[in-house]
Structure formats: C-alpha cells, structure tokens
Design a binder for this molecule. Structure first.
Ligand code: KIV
Ligand code: ZN
Length: 524
C-alpha cells in the first residue's frame, strides 16, 4: 500500500496539518453515533474544506466502523484517510484491509505509555510496551507507507520513557508522532515544554511530523494545541464543534480561526477553507443530534450576534469595533431570501444553498420541501432557523430503519390520553394505539407497542426554534440501553409529532450502536 505524499502542500515550515477525528473520536462521544451514509457525508465536507487527514474510524470496533473506513477510503481522494488500531497485529491488519481502496492511506496505531495506564489498564511492564511499539509500528509500516504512532495518556507519561518510545516508533518507521493529552489534564505552558523537550531530547525527531491531540476536560484543548504549535508541532488533531469523549476534543473551527485571526502572534497557516466551517458545523450537529451551545466560539448562534445597544451602535458604525472576524469568513451570510407559502422549489433550493446545505440529495431536498410547504401552511413567518431545524430533521431521518408516518393524539384534562401511531419499520407500515400518563407518555408507549424494546428514557427536552405560539418545537430524546446512550432529535410545528420523531430517531441510532463492541484495552 503506498501513500501519495502531501509534501507539495505541506513543505512550508509554518504550515499546520489539520487531522480531523470527528468520525472516530467525535463519534465516541456518549450519545453519538453516525451511520455509514452520514459518515460519508461528513467526510465529503471535510475533504471539501481541505482537511489534510480524515480519521474515519476504528475498524476493529465493529463491522460498521470497518465499512465506514472502507467507504470513506474509496470516496475521498483529496485528503489522507486514516484508520485507528491498537498495538495488536490483528487490529493493524484490519485497518490495512479497510484502507485498501484509499489513495492516501494512513495507519494510526497507539498504546498507553503512562505508569497508571501501563500498570492498571494494560497490565504490562514498560519494556513490554516499548517492544509493542516497535512491533506494531514495524508491522504497520510493512503494510502502509504512512504510519502515525500515539502514546496514549502521553501527557502523564514519564519523560525518559516517552522519549524512548518516540525514538523507537520513528526508528520503526512512523512518519507522524502524535502526543495525546488523553484526559485533558495538561495546561498550555506545560504542554509547550513537553513538545519542546521532545524536540530537544529525541535524536531522530526531525524524521517525523509532531502532532498533538488534546481533550477538553479543563476547557484547554484549543489553548494547549496552539501552545504545542508554537513549540514545533505541525499537525493538530481536532473535531468539528469539538465533539468527542467526555468534554470533547479541540474544536477544529477554533484552531483554524485562531490561526487565521491572530496570524500576527501565531504565524502558522492551515489549508482549511474557513468559509465552509458553518456548513460542516451544521451538518455534524444535525447528524449527531448534538446541538451547538448558542455562545460557542465561531459556530454558536450568538457568535456574531450583537444584542446590547452600545455594541449594535458600534458595529453599525464600523464592524471591527466588536467583530474580530467577519461572519462571511466562517461561511455565515446575511439572509437575502425571505421564504413563505408561495415560495417554490427553486427558491427553496437557493435558500438551502444560502444556509450552507448546497449538496443535499434530490430525495432529501424533496422531503424537506414537502415539509417546508406544510410548515408554511401552518406558520405565518418561516425563518431561517425553521428551515435549518426542518432540514436537520430530514438529514437526521435519512436512511433510518424506523420511520415516522403519522400520529393522532387525544389529550387534555379528561383522560385517558391516547396516541394512535403509524410507523414504517424496515419498509412495512405498522399501527398501534396506546394510553399513557399524558400525551408524550402515550406516544412513546405506542412506539414501544410497534417496536418493543427495553430502554431508559434519560432526557426529554423541548426547545422552541423561534418565538411565538406557532413556533416549531425541536425535541431531544436520550435513550440508554446496557450502558450505551444515544440522542435523537425531531422538529415539527406539533410538539408531539416532534417528540415521536425524536424518539424514533434515537431508536434508530440505538440499533446502530448495538452492533458496536467496545474493544478491550489491548489483546496483543
Ligand atoms: O485521546 C487519545 O489518547 C486518543 C488516542 C487514540 C490518540 O484518542
Ligand atoms: Zn482522543
């Protein structure tokens, strides 16, 4: 397997490679799961953005992960496609197999190196870990020219041992050495010193690109990544919207915009087209059901909104009074098209493009258009937020095994509250009528009657998309089964229909998650 060099793009010493792990570490977030088509969609946007490396999954984890890596490898030609493997030969073989169709394949292999992880998680002596580094990297290098090696829990690893392992990995053929702050423990000054220490002490460090992978447990993932870049790291691992295990990973949009906006003090560049950030953020939020907090840097709904009179006045006089970057630079455009019940399909498509959804499939556009017409019949003003919620819901439902068809609810103070529901399960229409303690309970009971399952409802949340009594409701449902959690989302002008859609969406995600097994620490 040969890797096509990215050298022509990355020769500039100040160029930072962006390694996106939304599809691997991001997808490991509690409650998150993406199906094959969704992963391909996200990979397509990442490639279009100019991301250098897309980590598409962990092939040994499940058949679904294997297929996702394989399909992304087949479709993506502009970015390197990486697959993750523990330091076990069978893991590495599986990644190599999945990456077979890739134009630019990379095997990413890792093993824990901190005293705590080696003793309790791996139950291995340091010398055995050191040997596993050599064996795993050598094996990967026999299968692929481009190998990345990571010492898991790198920031809590003893420096002498870290240097020894890094040197051995480079000697065995790793072209990228990635230092993870697995538990989000480090701080910028300490991480800067750690990366500088590696440059000073590892004799063959100049033969590899140094990468960093920061988690956000203390809210420092982006700051730590930037400190590492200042110390010489030239690859940053990150995710869209900062999704990932626990508090998440470093957010790609923040890394890219910090480097772009503060080039005066952090003079490094990336190849990412920042104008596609909003599109990527919306797609990932829609697919994962993880909505972005309104005050989130760069992609939050309020990131470019000015409420106070003093700020509004300042921005009207000169935008730079309160804006350090333009909304356009992250792909946010001023709305020019006002939508209503007389808007046609053509205008709707143009609106979708304006909102950052130019490439939805014809079926998805048709579904969304029909729902838009229905919404416009029930709601006087259709705002951009309504269309975003509606399209997100359409993207989310695309390809689901269980689909919502219709719902009729009887509710009010003179019970019993009943729900009559129709779903399509694997292409077959099924109906059920159920009673419950209130209309939501009755609706969920009807879903259970059609598709029996044992789950705990951990969260039921309703949010109004816009103001007014005719606003659409956006519902989030979190289900738990055997320690696995999933979030489902649904939107509709009828809160109960939105609730049914959200529950059904969560169930679909759960079906997908049932296929996954959590790989043990190591079974080398
Ligand atoms: O956080 C971590 O240590 C990881 C490694 C597999 C790179 O995700
Ligand atoms: Zn991680």
């Amino acid at each position: 397997m040969s890797a096509v060099s990215n050298a022509e793009n990355t020769q500039n010493a100040n160029r930072v490679r962006i390694f996106d792990t939304t599809l691997r570490d991001g997808e490991q977030s509690p409650g998150c799961s993406m199906n094959l088509e969704e992963k391909i969609q996200v990979a397509g946007v990442l490639e279009e953005m100019g991301v250098d490396v897309i980590e598409a999954g962990f092939p040994i984890a499940s058949r679904g992960d294997f297929e996702a890596v394989q399909q992304v490898a087949r479709k993506v030609t502009g970015s390197t496609v990486a697959g993750l493997a523990r330091a076990a030969l069978k893991d590495i073989d599986r990644v190599a197999e999945a990456l077979e169709p890739a134009k630019r394949p990379r095997i990413h292999t890792f093993i824990s190196t901190s005293p705590l992880h080696m003793k309790y998680k791996l139950q291995m002596e340091p010398d055995a870990v050191h040997q596993a580094v050599i064996d795993s990297v050598s094996h990967a290098r026999n299968l692929c020219d481009d190998v990345e090696w990571s010492p898991e829990d790198g920031t809590r690893t003893e420096h002498d041992f870290l240097c020894r392992c890094v040197e051995a990995a480079i000697k065995a053929g790793a072209g990228t050495i990635n230092i993870p702050d697995t538990v989000g423990y480090t701080v910028p000054s300490e991480f800067h010193a750690l990366i500088a220490m590696l440059f000073e002490r590892v004799p063959n460090i100049d033969k590899a690109v140094v990468s960093v992978h920061c988690h956000n447990d203390l809210g420092l993932a982006v700051a730590n990544s930037l400190a590492a870049v200042k110390a010489g790291a030239r690859q940053v691992e990150c995710t869209i919207n900062g999704i990932g295990e626990r508090a998440g990973n470093a957010a790609m949009e923040e890394i890219v915009m910090a480097l772009r906006t503060r080039h005066d003090v952090i003079p490094y560049t990336t190849a990412v087209k920042s104008e596609l950030i909003t599109k990527a953020s919306r797609l990932v939020a829609a697919i994962t059901g993880f909505s972005v907090q309104p005050n989130k840097a760069i992609v939050g709904a309020n990131a470019f909104a000015h409420e106070s009179g003093i700020h509004q006045d300042g921005v009207l006089k000169h935008t730079q009074t309160y804006e350090i970057m333009t909304p356009e630079s992250v792909g946010l455009t001023q709305s020019t098209l006002v939508m209503g019940k007389h808007s046609g399909r053509h205008a709707f498509k143009a609106k979708l493009a304006e909102l950052g959804y130019p490439e939805l499939s014809d079926n998805a556009v048709q579904d969304a258009f029909e729902r838009f017409k229905d919404l416009a019949d029930h709601k006087k003003d259709v705002y951009d937020e309504d269309i975003v919620a509606l399209v997100d819901d359409t993207v989310v439902r695309h390809n689901d095994r269980i689909r919502f068809v219709s719902l009729q609810v009887v509710c009010g103070s003179k019970g019993p509250q009943t729900a009559e529901l129709e779903l399509e399960v694997d292409g077959e229409r099924k109906r059920a009528k159920a009673e419950g303690n209130g209309p939501v309970d009755a609706t969920f009971a009807a879903i259970k009657a059609i598709f029996p399952h044992q789950t705990n409802l951990q969260l039921y949340q309703v949010h109004a998309v816009t103001e007014g009594t005719d606003a659409q409701a956006e519902v989030t449902v979190r289900l738990e089964e055997d320690g696995r959690t999933v979030n489902g989302q649904g939107a509709d002008y009828d809160t109960l229909v939105a609730s049914a859609r959200a529950y059904v969406n969560a169930l679909n995600k759960l079906l997908l998650k049932r296929e996954k097994t959590a790989p043990a620490a190591l079974s080398a």
